[in-house]
Design a protein around this ligand. Structure first.
Ligand code: 2AM
Ligand code: CA
Length: 273
């Protein structure tokens, strides 16, 4: 057991404060499902309000840090060497439909590298957190990625591209390969929680294309500190600003990466197609 670091305490407090209101809003969203107009506008408002609370709390605690936020973009701290990368609701579509699987995600970038992150799931009160070189935790319990070594036993998470998102062709190729070789694929709709669950050993791996920095910033450090590997699917290391992400336990990272890359090569498609 370890005590959270000062930086983790700041994120923990901000996320819990924002989450209290968010959980009340979620209750309201469940009621609104039956209305014809649906809860769309209400959810947009809840999203903005959550981001505002996070912004206020984080800037109060660390006035020198900059921000990259999903709703309001980049602000503050032009000369700052540190910034928060914030997703107020990751899993917005779940939230909108009254499905209780969403999270607040916050990452800390220092001089271009990720140094700490949290993913907070308010409905189950699960706080996944990690700071570089300090280990990863779920609430007060130390986290380790799973020890499973066979692809055939592996449970994987992914996201399915939709609308105008990139990667539909490559997704079909990769899914086709993964379906045959693993024990199953889940698509729960929150990339931040997918990463947190890899760190917790619930999934052996997670892959997705077309995500944004705020979807993954909080979870990447948590996976690494839990002993997992994270990169782009083609092996490059710009998961934050690049086009794809693959996270897995140590033993399955290489076989999974090979499986995914062979699948897109065989189909003759690019990861972004
Ligand atoms: P969001 O809930 O914050 O939008 C699901 O595949 C994942 O994709 C979620 O983490 C979701 O984050 C993210 N995502 C990224 N871009 C998206 C988009 N344009 N629309 C919906 N989800 C998106
Ligand atoms: Ca998101």
């Amino acid at each position: 057991m370890s005590l959270p670091t000062p930086l983790i305490n700041v994120m923990d407090a901000a996320a819990r404060k924002a989450a209290r209101r968010l959980v009340r809003d979620f209750g309201e969203v469940e009621q609104l499902q039956v209305s014809r107009k649906g809860p769309g506008d209400f959810v947009t408002e809840a999203d903005r309000r959550t981001e505002t609370i996070l912004f206020e709390e984080l800037s109060k605690a660390r006035p020198g840090f900059g921000f990259l936020m999903e709703e309001s973009g980049v602000h503050g701290g032009e000369s700052a060497s540190e910034r928060w990368i914030v997703d107020p609701i990751d899993g917005t579509t779940n939230f909108l439909h009254g499905i209780p699987h969403f999270a607040i995600s916050i990452g800390v970038e220092r001089e271009g590298g990720l140094v700490a992150g949290i993913v907070y799931e308010p409905v189950r009160d699960e706080l996944f957190w990690a700071e570089k070189n300090q280990g990863a935790y779920l609430n007060r319990r130390r986290l380790r990625v799973s020890e499973r070594t066979n692809l055939a036993d592996a449970l994987l998470a992914t996201g399915i591209p939709f609308g105008d998102r990139i990667g539909k062709k490559s997704f079909m190729a990769m899914l086709n390969a993964v379906m045959q070789k693993t024990s199953g694929v889940r698509r729960l709709g929150s990339a931040a929680l997918d990463l947190a669950y890899v760190a917790a050993g619930r999934y052996e791996g997670f892959w997705e294309t077309g995500l944004s920095p705020w979807d993954v910033a909080g979870g990447i450090v948590v996976v690494r500190e839990a002993g997992g590997m994270v990169s782009e699917i083609d092996g490059r290391s710009d998961m934050l600003y690049g086009n794809s992400i693959l996270a897995a336990n140590q033993q399955l990272y290489d076989p999974l990466r090979k499986l995914l890359m062979d699948a897109v090569r065989t189909e003759g498609v690019k990861l972004t197609e």
